[in-house]
Ligand binder design. Sequence first.
Ligand code: C5P
Length: 225
Amino acid sequence: MTNPIYVAVDTGDIDRAEALARAVAPHVGGLKLGLEFFMAQGPAGVRRLTGIGLPVFLDVKLHDIPNTVAGAMRSLSGLGLAIVNVHAAGGRAMMAAAREAMDPATKVIAVTVLTSLDATDLADCGVAGAPADQVARLADLTRASGLDGIVCSAHEVAARAAAWPGGLFVVPGIRPAGSDIGDQKRVMTPQQALAAGAGVLVIGRPITGAADPAAAAAEIAASLS
Ligand code: C5P
């Protein structure tokens, strides 16, 4: 089995990011770089980390008019990314343009509803009904737009995976049994998330916050094999 663990490198410091990535590299399947890293280090920083040899998920959640998102995807195309994402709320034409502009070897996935938003927040934005219904609607739109999958919470992955055979489901909010859940609200163990249909497990603090990140990553990896 390919190692499904992508470690969330949540820092803007290139040396810390590289040291962490090199330390955990033998025990993870990829790196997740987010906006904190990308805003500080840009494409050059991404290249430095892809140089380690692990697949990279660039979590930039693009959301703009189709022409602009397509241009951004073209600018990212040479980086050899494994996965990049957009907001499904950008709509069908934006998602199709993103897919079309990106290197075919890179999976393009979408964020449906940010897990920081609840029903009241959605109502404030003019979206009535339960967040789960909006997630389902946007997941269907993502699939219809030709994308490869979605980012979804552990809570949602079983239903979404059942509705989209062959989709890629990237799941954050993963906590090994007994670890500190931090600010995550709904968590699953790595084993539960995989059984529910996750293809990629995004794991940050249980690895990056450990006294020995390499050992923590190795332990999680071993628990999956
Ligand atoms: O440290 P932790 O394991 O909670 O890190 C999870 C990573 O996944 C962070 O980079 C966080 O921003 C990201 N993420 C998340 N929940 C989402 C989407 C992304 O925790 N719904």
